[in-house]
Design a binder for this molecule. Structure first.
Ligand code: HEM
Length: 195
């Protein structure tokens, strides 16, 4: 199978941002610790609830227009249920900028969808450490559908480019900006970073 040019470009442009998030935002450690779990889940709510209205409508319309099988689905509602299970109120969304093109919106959706790949791994590792998964259902929103959804998103990236509705450059810009938004919303504030 020939790898998707848009996916390859996204990976190359965002690999270092992903690594920074994985290491500096201490997401797994903060989810593992019962004293920081709820606040960390709230950060994920702010991220998804901010990103979804900025990107989903454009991506849903694109998917219909090019006949792709990818439908953006909200993660924010599921995270609100996780927060309720943890006894934490739903916080306000983080404010995402207005996106200038459907290509950028696709890049943002790539960041949000990709986070489920790491999320499943985090759940597996926490289980292996014998930790409870209360409030962490959002880390694996699609279960057995995960692979199928990921492939549908990649197919949409390619159809968006071959149909001329988006360019690889716009998609990459969205991916870079989406990771910067994730960094802003998921990075612990200085006072918790010392904990
Ligand atoms: C400690 C936290 C995280 C860990 C350990 C982690 C780990 C991983 C791993 C192992 C993969 C590859 C999965 C596979 O190939 O099946 C992956 C993919 C990905 N993750 Fe993360 N991740 C974390 C957090 C995040 C966050 C917070 C975001 C975005 C908000 C994110 C975005 C992505 C994206 C976009 C991909 C897809 C890369 C690609 O294949 O093109 N990750 N992550």
């Amino acid at each position: 199978m020939i790898a998707s040019p848009a996916l390859l470009a996204l990976r190359e442009a965002t690999a270092s941002a992903h690594e920074t998030l994985e290491t500096e935002a201490r997401i797994e450690a903060r989810l593992a610790d019962p004293t920081t779990r709820a606040a960390t889940v709230a950060d994920f709510y702010r991220f998804h609830a901010g990103l979804e209205p900025a990107s989903h409508p454009q991506v849903a319309e694109l998917s219909r227009a090019v006949g792709a099988g990818f439908d953006p689905r909200s993660r924010a509602n599921g995270i609100a249920a996780d927060l309720a299970a943890l006894g934490e109120p739903t916080p306000p969304s983080a404010l995402a900028p207005q996106l200038r093109s459907v290509g950028e919106a696709l890049g943002w959706v790539y960041v949000a969808e990709g986070s489920m790949l790491g999320g499943r791994i985090i759940r597996r590792r926490l289980t292996a450490e014998g930790r409870g998964l209360e409030g962490l259902a959002f880390l694996d929103p699609y279960g057995e559908e995960t692979g199928e959804r990921w492939r549908a998103l990649i197919a949409l990236l390619d159809l968006a480019c071959t149909s001329g509705r988006a360019s690889v450059d716009q998609i990459v810009q969205g991916g870079v900006d989406g990771f910067a938004f994730a960094q802003r919303t998921l990075q612990p504030q200085t006072q918790d970073a010392a904990a």
